[in-house]
Design a protein around this ligand. Structure first.
Ligand code: PMP
Length: 447
């Protein structure tokens, strides 16, 4: 164990982690096993994985069928390229399956290995789409503040959380950000987007991208009319609307895709995470029949965009089995039902514990926001690191959650596996109550 911690410090640069914390304290936990909603570490301590790891292990841990699907595909054909129109059956089957599940106007898919690659691919595809129609000046991408779209060059630039920008040195040109509807409301956000578009020049805007619910930004749920207004605005300006369903896809919000709650169809949709429940890296961009039509008609020569693993057959076989499980076991429905219980529980906590400012959730994507004085909308001082303390108190009780503390907020995010059961939701809520009460007491805030 000590040897592993030492090698971790010496040789493993962790993603989105504090290098200083790693060097001072060593790896936080070394996990060894996963089953259902639980993870077990090398010391045998069991945790509820209330984040589905990174919002992605939708069918839960330890499903042998996925390993079996991967093994069978690897035995048969582990990998062959999909470049130059070479093909193979699992990816064709998966493309057809996803087209059947996606909104009716979205039927053609470009595959990647994850969410960031999917968003960068969407940006390149949409710019290509305008260029081949004789409008190369339409190349700017509008996104929302507090949105998260990944860490590749374009995705970082589209992300509206400044903490992620520093490492890029500078953002790519052609990315502009507008106000989020969570704080500004539908009209405030729409107004801000219009202002951005008008300032940049509508003829220079290629696309607008947003998550149906801003996940990494703190599970910021927009007003229910928001995406209808977005659809109208994009239509007004002839802008392509890209829905980033990397978190919200494949059942997370109690519908197969998050935008279904709004009854709105995007022109492009990016996905990753839940498509394989994290058992194999995979993502993609689904484009509308209209966009696909233009590509088919006007895209001459080679489409110079493709990752080695675009259309990986083993990833496709794993995704097909994962989607089969989601459908057969009614996990979208379970996400909706358990999500309702979770939100009800959050509301009870809010009624009882003074430092809870807001609770929200759609399906199994939820958040509890902490405030010093909710009635005055007063946040805690960031130095107190209140959300971090609650996460730590939860950790001690065997629950893994995620804190979001950008811009002085203290948000605890929840995204448990879609297989979670009623009893497990109750346990999670009990532990949350204990953890928040403990921190509230520590802060000497009456709770
Ligand atoms: N978009 C959204 C909405 C995400 O939440 C994420 C990852 N958390 C990404 C894109 C990036 O995906 P990846 O980490 O697989 O590149």
């Amino acid at each position: 164990m000590d040897q592993l911690i030492e090698w971790d410090k010496k040789h493993f640069i962790h993603p989105t982690s504090s290098i200083r914390d790693q060097q001072e304290k060593g790896a936080k936990v070394i996990f060894e096993k996963g089953e259902g909603i639980y993870l077990t570490d090398k010391n045998g301590k069991k945790y509820i994985d209330a984040m589905s790891s990174l919002w992605n292990v939708n069918i839960g841990h330890g499903r042998k069928e996925l390993g079996e699907a991967a093994r069978q595909q690897m035995d048969q054909l582990a990998f062959s390229s999909a470049f130059s129109t070479f093909s193979h059956e699992p990816t064709i089957q998966l493309a057809k399956k996803i087209a059947d599940l996606a909104p009716s106007n979205l039927n053609a898919i470009f595959f990647t290995s994850g969410g960031s690659e999917s968003n960068d691919s969407a940006f390149k595809l949409v710019r290509h789409y305008w260029r081949i129609q004789g409008q190369p000046e339409r190349n700017k991408i509008v996104s929302l503040k507090r949105g998260y779209h990944g860490v590749a060059a374009g995705a970082t630039s589209a992300t509206g959380i400044p903490e992620f920008w520093d490492m890029a040195g500078q953002l790519q040109s052609g990315f502009v950000h507008a106000a989020t509807p969570y704080w500004e409301g539908t009209q405030g956000s729409i107004k801000s987007i219009r202002e951005v578009i008008e300032a940049e020049g509508p003829e220079t805007i290629a696309a607008f991208i947003a998550e149906p619910i801003q996940g990494a930004g703190g599970v910021l749920v927009p007003p229910s009319d928001y995406f209808q207004e977005i659809r109208k605005l994009c239509d007004d300006y002839g802008i392509v609307f890209i829905a980033d369903e990397v978190i919200t896809g494949f059942g997370r919000t109690g519908t197969m895709f998050g935008l279904e709650h709004s009854g709105v169809q995007p022109d492009m949709m990016t996905f990753a995470k839940g498509v394989t429940s994290g058992y194999f890296p995979l993502g993609g961009v689904i484009v509308s029949d209209q966009i696909h039509g233009v590509l088919k008609e006007k895209s001459m020569g080679t489409l110079f965009h493709g990752f080695t693993y675009s259309g990986h057959p083993t990833a496709a076989a794993v995704a097909l089995k994962n989607i089969e499980i989601i459908e057969k076991e009614g996990l979208v429905e379970n996400s909706r039902k358990m999500g309702e219980l979770l939100l009800e529980g959050f509301k009870k906590l809010k009624a009882d514990l003074q430092i809870i400012g807001d609770v929200r959730g759609v399906g199994l994507l939820g958040a509890v926001e902490l405030m010093e004085d909710p009635s005055a909308n007063k946040r805690f001082s960031p130095e107190l690191k209140v959300a971090g303390k609650v996460i730590e108190a939860l950790h001690q009780r065997g629950v893994i959650c995620r804190a979001v503390a950008y811009e002085g907020t203290d948000i605890i995010c929840f995204s448990p596996p879609l297989v979670i059961k009623e009893e497990e939701v109750k346990t999670l809520l009990e532990k949350l109550r204990e953890a928040i009460s403990e921190v509230a007491q520590e802060l000497s805030v009456k709770s």
